[in-house]
Design a protein around this ligand. Structure first.
Ligand code: BJW
Length: 245
């Protein structure tokens, strides 16, 4: 049954790896997921990068290569259509780094955990830049800007690793949307295991302002009991049905 939305409703959508699963992008924690065979602290932490940057770049290079030919699916497109209905009363916060929401045409998107196809310096504050390079053969790229200043600095993927801050302003923008919406807030979490904070805490923030929460996931996630409504099923099938006008 569709979610009831009226002219005052504000919709905050949080997406996780599950929404991209039907596009062929592996999730993190499911069987066959991205971390099977990898210790997460080795590939997704600043300490892991300091210890073995070749391993980390091999992991992210493999994921870059795997994005070739990957396209958004019905779940991504349903969110584009919902945004077209709601305009500024819509905000999409994604934990995904695959860029598929932007590829689908979503505009009001906040990438909470960075972007796979961007690279930045691990030392200086030059802006992250678009980079689809697949680094192979034990290559770890270095920062040209730092080299000009006689400093050695490694480039790194523009990904938010464990223990790192989210990109500047992202949490503030989400908090401002939630506060402005108050009781008119409809929060929808899609395809996420609810294991990683601060994203996993958004359902609690929704309750605090009197909003309503929905979970759309293949299975009951870690924090499923915190949601008002739980819809179990693939996002590509459930989202178009939930947003039918
Ligand atoms: C489908 C489907 C289909 C499948 N349809 N569904 C509070 C309490 C405890 C700990 C913390 C806390 N606050 C912060 C922390 C620490 C930490 C954290 O959360 N740790 C937990 C593990 C306990 N958080 C952080 O460190 C964050 N930073 C931070 O808070 O900084 C504060 C700070 C302040 C001041 C100074 C410094 C710091 C940063 C978190 C960054 C997470 N990054 C990662 C790795 C990125 C690397 C990469 O991409 O390689 O992001 S972790 C990884 O998990 C990735 C994901 O975005 C994230 C979430 O995973 P997601 O999307 O939920 O995927 P899965 O696989 O877990 O789940 C998929 C789901 O989809 C499943 O349920 C399936 O069933 C479902 N599904 N097919 C619908 N077709």
């Amino acid at each position: 049954m569709p979610i009831h939305l009226d002219d005052t409703s504000h919709v905050l959508v949080l997406t996780g790896a599950g929404i991209s699963a039907e596009s062929g992008v592996p999730t993190f924690r499911d069987a066959g997921g991205l971390w099977e065979g990898h210790d997460v602290t080795q590939v997704a932490s600043p300490q892991g990068f300091a210890r073995d940057p070749i391993l980390v770049w091999r992991f992210y290079s493999g994921r870059r290569a795997a994005m070739a030919g990957v396209v958004p699916n019905a779940g991504h497109h349903a969110l584009v259509a919902l945004e077209a209905r709601l305009g500024d009363r819509f905000l999409l916060a994604t934990q995904n780094v695959d860029g598929l929401h932007l590829a689908a045409g979503s505009q009001r998107v906040l990438e909470m955990h960075g972007g796979l196809m961007r690279t930045r310096c691990s030392v200086c504050d030059r802006p992250a830049f678009a980079d689809t390079t697949v680094y192979r053969d034990k290559v770890v790229p270095v920062c040209g800007q730092c080299r000009e200043r006689q400093r050695e600095a490694l480039l790194r993927p523009d990904i938010v690793w464990f223990g790192e801050r989210l990109p500047p302003g992202v949490l503030d923008q989400i908090a401002a949307f939630i506060t402005a919406a108050g009781k008119t807030l409809v929060f929808i979490a899609v395809g996420t295991s609810g294991e990683v904070y601060p994203a996993a805490g958004l359902v609690d923030a929704t309750r605090e302002v009197g909003g309503t929460s929905w979970l759309v996931n293949l299975e009951a996630s870690t924090n499923a009991s915190s949601f008002d409504h739980v819809v179990l099923g693939p996002a590509g099938r459930e989202l178009p049905a939930l947003f039918a006008p």
